[in-house]
Design a protein around this ligand. Sequence first.
Ligand code: ZN
Length: 133
Amino acid sequence: MNNTSDAPEPETTVLQSALRGLACKCPRCGQGKLYAGFLTLAPSCERCGLDYAFIDSGDGPAIFIIMLAGAIVVGCALVVEVKYQPPYWLHAVLWLPLILATTLLPLRAMKSLLIALQFHHKAAPGRLVDRAK
Ligand SMILES: [Zn+2]
């Protein structure tokens, strides 16, 4: 994000940017698709032409998903174990699908949300300032 044409619309609020992210839409116009595959980004927005090269969500989406899914699955497993003491095979039958559901289903929206918030707040890697100039 090096020029002002990548900036969000002036009237865009954080909530609007977050909703665009959750909908997996372009962070600038909210119309174009962000993804070309499940987690593969399109090269640019088909509506407004925003180049998605600036996007670097890194491990952020995975970390949030791991924390949330871990709390949900471990919490449910603890409650079921303490209350019913089922056999281990039943734990596997119950929690493996829940693990898949709580990790894979929200991953796309979480990545898109973090991209939209990165765009909204103009987050970018730090750069050194050359004070000699
Ligand atoms: Zn767009």
